[in-house]
Design a protein around this ligand. Structure first.
Ligand SMILES: CC(C)(COP(=O)(O)OP(=O)(O)OC[C@H]1O[C@@H](n2cnc3c(N)ncnc32)[C@H](O)[C@@H]1O)[C@@H](O)C(=O)NCCC(=O)NCCS
Ligand SMILES: Nc1ncnc2c1ncn2[C@@H]1O[C@H](COP(=O)(O)OP(=O)(O)OP(=O)(O)O)[C@@H](O)[C@H]1O
Length: 199
């Protein structure tokens, strides 16, 4: 029986950082953020729906979505964020499940689904075990502002659009504390995977 791990956390808590560590263990990761970019490429059904809903101002000159502009709209307005989710999420879910099943079919013993909104979207039935990558909110805010160049208001809007990472930690099978160094994070991941007999 393959084990399917749901990797989650809050924005900028360190999911992608932990994802890269799974790569080093040769464990495949299916990345919901990456898929959510693929399913909105021009010509895809979700793309057409987004343009019809949000208007031409969120389309760049090259025809692709202006993600910065769309982000500014949806993180300012909860109703619009929900509308966008309703368009994008079904296609993301379908693709993730197909990829998960194909990897298991190929004989992978462990597959990771990296899903930022695993708990918000109630997708825990997609996985057998959950890991939350936790950081204190001050560390999260600082890393988010540094990584994406948001001001404090923009960063806080994004943090507050999700269930607080502290609450997510209570829902997880295992928690990785990513306040420290990346090496300390790797050590915690290594321990969890040994405990689950994945390594
Ligand atoms: C709003 C969009 C255009 C902004 O794009 P941008 O390139 O700036 O950000 P990116 O997609 O890399 O997301 C960065 C992080 O923001 C958070 N986030 C993204 N979308 C959402 C959302 N709808 N609600 C809450 N948090 C979100 C996640 O933690 C994600 O890891 C984009 O995030 C989007 O299309 N979101 C809707 C789809 C979605 O929910 N994706 C997240 C997981 S499937
Ligand atoms: N232990 C750490 N020490 C220092 N910086 C870190 C650490 N972990 C992550 N970072 C940095 O913090 C930022 C956020 O991390 P990362 O991109 O992995 O978060 P994420 O949870 O994948 O974010 P998102 O939800 O936006 O996809 C990045 O710039 C990353 O390099």
């Amino acid at each position: 029986m393959a084990i399917v791990i749901g990797l989650t956390g809050s924005i900028a808590s360190g999911k992608s950082t932990v994802s890269l560590m799974f790569d080093e263990f040769n464990i495949p990761v299916i990345d919901a953020d990456k898929i959510s970019r693929e399913v909105v490429e021009p010509g895809e059904e979700a793309y057409e729906k987004i343009v019809a809903t949000f208007g031409e101002s969120i389309v760049r000159e090259d025809g692709k979505l202006d993600r910065k502009e769309l982000g500014a709209i949806v993180f300012e307005n909860e109703e619009k964020r929900k509308q966008l989710n309703e368009i994008v999420h079904p296609a993301v879910r379908k693709s993730m499940l197909e990829k998960r099943d194909a990897l298991i079919e190929q004989g992978e013993k462990c597959v990771v689904l990296d899903i930022p909104l695993l708990f918000e979207s109630k997708l825990t039935h997609f996985v057998n075990k959950t890991i939350v990558v936790y950081v204190d909110e001050d560390v999260q805010l600082k890393r988010l502002m540094e990584r994406d160049g948001y001001n404090e208001k923009e960063a806080m809007q994004r943090i507050q659009s999700q269930i607080p990472v502290k609450e997510k930690a209570n829902l997880a099978d295992e928690v990785i504390n990513n306040n420290g160094t990346k090496f300390e994070t790797l050590e915690q991941l290594d321990q969890i995977l040994r405990k689950w007999n994945v390594l």
